[in-house]
Design a protein around this ligand. Structure first.
Ligand code: UD1
Ligand code: UDP
Length: 408
């Protein structure tokens, strides 16, 4: 009899980060029925991200509605998933990250007594209001989960400090590294012509940044394009009306600032690759930038992803307009240092090694008492000397043993 595993997604980052795991689990199709369940917290963004990995939800609650509140999404998510669990009776539910959807999935699983496995477990800023409400979601999901897939040593430590049993934690690396390296040559063509050859790629959407903070970011971007005629900004605008309205209001028709609709994952990775540097408040982008050898300036007061600081790829500038201008200006002058710390034979990504999905899949199979049938598969980066960046390839077999040994 096949065991049933659900992978629940609600938003763009969950789709991107669970896609490699869904694909991996589906290779065990003889013994495992892996179902992709969407809450539909996001609509266009979710569908687009899934399409980039040739995935379609097996069931979609379609909860998104205009001006949805956190409570709307949580309530509709818990009720919808609860009914579906009762009908489908999964053996295990897997969720990822810190969104309202993952909180709904962990809660619904707990109420129905279904084990819940948390991917990207243990990230913490230690500040319950930042990011809001994601930090609290992580803490709550950490209490509800039965199995914790922690991406880094720091995440493992955070969970242990909160009293989570060591035996329920698996150090895996972050699946976003698998995702970005799995794209290979699909992610090299820019989806549009940037205003200048060298550009800063910007994303900003966090709830706690809406309002005055976003104004400061806009003001810094305008000033940067005024200071430097060779600098332009490419900014895919998040569809959240509060974000979209503010960005369009402040940045529409500004010279060398190009506002575009959100792009698919392969296109976005191509935009990251083509950029001189990246400015973001996104969690996933902070992890992807080092994976492809790009510098990233993080426009947040604190981050739960501090591992990148030591690599020289990640710089935190907080909410200050002048600090953002100074940081971009400084790095703009020294683009060669963007990839200075990586190269053939010395590339390391602090967030993962491209084998996270394989480790998680093995752990899941082990939990369900299934002997894996497929050969271990991961992804690794190759160094492109000409572009001064990494690109990914998939790899089979022995590297898995080595990476497991080096990760402990
Ligand atoms: C949520 C996540 C956040 C994640 C972000 C990814 C929570 C608490 N937060 O942000 O961690 O970084 O998604 O993007 O779950 N909208 C659309 N189409 C879409 C997506 C959104 O129109 O495809 C609009 C809707 O009007 C929606 C609004 O954007 O009401 C905000 O969406 P929501 O899921 O509430 O976003 P956040 O909670 O800010
Ligand atoms: N991304 C994308 N298209 C875009 C902007 C971002 O595919 O136009 C990807 C990006 O590479 C990253 C993810 O979306 O993997 C980040 O999503 P988001 O910023 O919505 O959420 P967060 O990471 O902040 O939770």
């Amino acid at each position: 009899m096949r065991r049933v595993v659900w992978c629940v997604v609600g938003t763009r980052p969950e789709a991107i980060k669970l896609a490699p795991l869904v694909s991996r689990l589906r290779r065990e199709g003889n013994r495992l029925d892996t179902r992709l369940i969407a809450t539909g917290q996001h609509r266009e963004l979710l569908d687009r991200a899934l399409a980039d990995f040739d995935l379609h939800a097996d069931f979609d609650l379609d909860v998104m509605k205009p001006s949805q509140t956190l409570a709307d999404v949580l309530a509709a998510g818990v009720v919808g998933l609860d009914r579906l669990i009762a009908a489908d009776r999964p053996d295990l539910i897997i969720g990822q990250g810190d969104t309202t959807s993952v909180l709904a999935a962990a809660t619904a699983a707990f109420y129905r007594g279904v084990p819940f496995a948390h991917v990207e477990a243990g990230l913490r800023t230690g500040d319950r209001s930042a990011p809001f409400p994601e930090e609290m979601n992580r803490v709550l999901v950490g209490r509800l989960a039965t199995l914790h897939f922690a991406p880094t040593h720091q995440a493992v430590e955070n969970l242990l400090r909160e009293g989570v049993a060591r035996s329920s934690i698996v150090l895996t690396g972050n699946t976003v590294v698998d995702a970005v390296w799995s794209l290979d040559s699909r992610a090299t063509r820019l989806p549009m012509e940037p205003p200048t050859k060298s550009y800063v790629l910007v994303t900003a959407h966090r709830r706690e940044h809406q309002g005055e903070y976003l104004d400061r970011v806009c003001s810094a971007l305008v000033e940067l394009t005024r200071l430097r005629v060779d600098l332009s900004v490419v900014l895919p605008v998040h569809p959240n009306p509060a974000v979209r309205g503010a960005l369009i209001d402040r940045l529409r028709d500004r010279e060398r600032i190009l506002l575009i609709d959100p792009v698919g994952y392969a296109d976005f990775v191509a935009l990251m690759r083509g950029s001189r540097l990246i400015v973001t408040d996104s969690g996933g982008v902070q992890e992807e930038a080092p994976a492809i050898g790009k510098r990233v300036i993080v426009i947040r007061d604190r981050t739960e992803r501090a591992e990148g600081f030591g690599t020289g790829f990640v710089k935190l500038v907080g909410c200050d307009r002048d600090a953002l201008i100074a940081a971009v200006d400084d790095l703009w002058e020294r683009p060669e240092e963007t990839s200075a710390r990586i190269g053939p034979g010395r590339f390391a990504n602090p967030y993962g090694d491209g084998w996270a999905s394989e480790r998680i899949a093995r752990s899941v199979l082990n939990l369900l008492g299934i002997e894996p049938e497929s050969a271990p598969t991961g992804f690794h980066a190759t160094w492109d000397e000409r572009r001064g960046e990494t690109s990914g390839i998939s790899s089979l077999g022995s590297a898995y043993v080595e990476t497991v040994a080096s990760n402990g």
